[in-house]
Design a binder for this molecule. Sequence first.
Ligand code: FPP
Length: 289
Amino acid sequence: MTDVARDMTVEAAPPLHRPGLTPPVLPAASLPRHVAVVMDGNGRWANARGLPRTEGHRVGEANMLDVAAGAIEIGVKELSVYAFSTENWRRSPGEVRFIMGFARKVLRVQRDVLNSWNVRLRWVGRTPRLWKSVLRELREAERVTADNTGLVLNLCINYGGRAEIADATRAIAEDVAAGRLKASSINEKTIQRYLYSPTMRDVDLFIRTGDEQRTSNFLMWSSSYAELYFSPLAWPDFNRTELWKACEAYAGRERRYGGAVDKVLHEEPTGAEDPEGDETEESLHRDGQ
Ligand code: FPP
């Protein structure tokens, strides 16, 4: 079998439930609703075994499905996977061609499995450069699963966080210029509405595999307050039990969103206004100063 033919073989999807494997029971309030995953380490995993990098991506397909199954089992509502970034076009033409063809095949082959799991597939990314055949499969997967009510699985393909914010800014500027939007009314909610997926929840738990500790331009806006979890495992070694471990670690974190509570009791003055003036930063802006 040629490399290309082997690369394109159909991976059997893991079962939705693995006998004998049950997720930890976590209080609903301590469970991440939206988990984002950078599926890193495929190439190194393959090369370490004397295999071409693409073999790591091929093996990683089953892990993506296993993690989706684990997310469903533990009760995560939304899962976003970084399958191809706007920066990944810098890879060798051979690897780019493989990933595009592979994405098309994964969508075509696994769409029905995910549909039977009640998963709603969504594409998150931009169209320039994305292969039309991949876009067609993404649209078809969205159409077939549109009425599903279970896990929302965001496939981030040709996605970049800065590109998303730049695209949103351009669309906002166009709407302001056309008189459809008032510049003075723009706030954080406006920006959210112009993102690739306006209904995407804020990311609660951001996982990166592959023993690297960076976020690599993934879901920059939505991950502003995400808890970060870095796994030393390469993606082909990461599975649903590893996802559950990450969820347990998340459940033990204290999320403060910029706020803080004094753990030592003492008397505090009330009010937080500037004692030397009654103008706030906001009123200065409003008055054009
Ligand atoms: C990063 O590993 C991984 C990718 C660029 C692609 C991962 C995609 C899948 C596993 C699943 C495919 C699913 C769809 C929907 C297409 P890397 O190549 O950066 O690894 P390295 O850090 O070892 O080089």
